[in-house]
Design a protein around this ligand. Structure first.
Ligand code: CIR
Length: 260
């Protein structure tokens, strides 16, 4: 019996474009080094493939600096996929570029048509529900439209709140297995994970929270040794990937793929 919240046969990624140096960011911490980013991205894709999954690698899109962050473009569930409606105006055009790939993989495809906004980074799918954090990119109308679509397929959506000044809900959390979540203390303190087992990122390592469980691996950004050690002590097989360049534009491990 597979667990669709972390056992995946497929992933979609998109190569970084040179324009990524103009990617959106909350604060300026330096220009991403494109050559390093290409190396990191190749490592990420190779790690996904190492699990046996098929990875569909899409070509770079120079017109969309943030298009490497494909997670924000769609929500891929077991039997239905939903194209998102990004709250960042510069990212809206990414959806049309993702649409045909999603439609080739799924029979049931829906689109969030608006007027609301919603980005995939604000959505955490667990074995029992779909958690959606309202944020500066995801509003109540966007959440309501997604709820209306996925309820028809038997999913339960629970609306929660992304912490203030945090880009996306999943900037601060990830799924580790069917019942276990890795989260920052600040997000867990909101009470949104009641009923789950929660492991906390180490103090000062909050940026480690954006990880992914992909088949046998927990894939996380390198440079967070206390959190990586804690996960290994809990029995997870951890793979660390350099994320210094994506981090300059607020991106992490989950943002770089769609998984299904
Ligand atoms: C943005 O601000 O949209 C990009 N620079 C980063 C997107 C990260 N995506 C994610 O957390 N799912």
């Amino acid at each position: 019996m597979t667990n669709p919240s972390f056992e995946f046969a497929h992933a979609i990624t998109r190569k970084p474009s040179k324009s990524i140096i103009a990617g959106l960011r909350a604060e300026n911490t330096g220009t991403p080094d494109f050559a390093q980013m290409e190396i990191d991205h190749a490592n990420y894709v190779a790690t996904l493939r190492e699990t046996g999954a098929e990875v569909i690698e899409l070509p770079a899109l120079e017109a969309f600096p943030d298009s490497v962050f494909v997670e924000d473009d769609a929500l891929c569930l077991k039997d239905v996929a939903i194209l998102m409606r990004p709250g960042a105006p510069s990212r809206m055009g990414e959806i049309a570029q993702m649409s045909s790939t999603i439609r080739a993989q799924y029979e049931n495809v829906f689109e969030v048509k608006g007027p609301g906004f919603i980005e995939g980074g604000d959505i955490l799918t667990t074995a029992r529900e779909v958690l959606v954090g309202k944020s500066a990119r995801t509003d109540a109308a966007g959440v309501a439209e997604l709820r209306e679509i996925i309820t028809r397929f038997g999913y339960t959506l629970r609306e929660v709140q992304t912490p203030p000044d945090v880009l996306h809900f999943k900037t601060d959390c990830s799924l580790l297995d069917g019942e276990t979540i890795l989260a920052t203390k600040r997000l867990d303190a909101s009470g949104c994970f009641e009923g789950y087992k929660v492991l906390h990122t180490a103090d000062g390592e909050e940026a480690a929270a954006n990880a992914i469980r992909f088949n046998q691996f927990v894939i996380m950004a390198a440079g967070f040794p206390k959190t990586a050690g804690m996960l290994r002590a809990h029995g997870y097989t951890v793979r660390e990937i350099n994320n210094t360049e994506c981090a300059k534009i607020d991106g992490g491990m989950s943002c770089l793929s769609l998984r299904f």
